[in-house]
Ligand binder design. Structure first.
Ligand SMILES: [Zn+2]
Length: 270
């Protein structure tokens, strides 16, 4: 299912946890990145852990949420109200898990005291319980919050493949650029295979910066990239090869076209 279809329908299953529903709907589109997969490999382990592993898991969890909060400051962090709903849902799940964790820490402390390995834990256990109650109270209306977010319309049009993306970028850039809209491959199935491999469709945007340098923008190996024509080395058979290029921060083949335009303008003036 395409991102656009998802945005129009919203998660359809398990409304209590839309972040899980989002993952199910986006199956096959690598919604969980390599970095997150590696982290998940550790969080999915069920066996008892030693204290060092648990402490590091807690630290990484806090760092992840702090990083999320930091990155939400950026204009292009999320594209749709439904993505906002998924992230809000995931944050509510974290609050829920955090309050359960704080409660269980109170029990852990009591067990340590029962072993005779500490004493006088009463005040600390009361504070842990108060912290657990406080965090739980913060998520009283999470269901209403998430349903309200998911019900908001998405009125934009997001691309569904790399060709639609580059065509929309060219449209936004207007007469300042030329779209060389010639696919190397026209067969829809072979083109879909290229998209699956992270490649583009063969279309290129040609533009000239304010210094007169000619540039090409197109999709390479799982990235969007800018190539300065003067960096190209002739291969002798009429082709040109590049050894350096500028990759945009956003690798998504179906990134918001205006997001890509903003990054192109960050890299070159034209
Ligand atoms: Zn194309």
């Amino acid at each position: 299912m395409s991102k656009q279809e998802l945005d129009n329908t919203g998660p359809t299953t398990n409304t209590a946890q839309p972040w899980r529903a989002y993952e199910q709907v986006m199956e096959g589109e690598s919604v969980v990145t390599d970095l997150a997969s590696e982290l998940r490999r550790h969080t999915g382990v069920q066996e008892p852990r030693d204290p060092d592993q648990l402490v590091s898991l807690a630290i990484v969890g806090a760092e992840t949420t702090e990083a999320l909060a930091r990155q939400l400051e950026a204009e292009w962090t999320l594209y749709t109200p439904q993505q906002v709903g998924v992230v809000a849902s995931a944050l509510c799940a974290q609050i829920d898990a955090a309050s359960t964790g704080l409660e269980r820490l109170r029990d852990v402390l009591a067990v340590i005291e029962q072993r005779g390995e500490t004493t006088g834990t009463g005040a600390a256990r009361e504070l842990l319980l108060a912290a657990a109650d406080g965090t739980r109270a913060a998520k009283v209306n999470d269901r209403q919050l998430i349903e309200t977010l998911n019900a908001l319309p998405y009125l934009g049009v997001l691309p569904t493949n790399a060709h639609e993306t580059i065509a929309a970028v060219a449209d936004l850039l207007g007469h300042a650029v030329t779209l060389n809209a010639t696919h190397h491959i026209e067969d829809p199935e072979r083109l879909a295979d290229r998209f699956d491999e992270g490649l583009g469709c063969g279309c290129q945007i040609k533009l000239t910066d304010v210094y007169g340098e000619a540039w090409s923008f197109h999709r390479g190996d799982s990235v969007w990239a800018l190539y300065r024509e003067s960096d190209g080395k002739p291969t002798g058979d009429g082709g040109v090869v590049f050894t350096n290029w500028t990759e945009l921060e956003t690798p998504d083949a179906t990134a918001h076209p205006a997001h890509l335009v903003a990054q192109i303008r960050q890299n070159i003036a034209f």
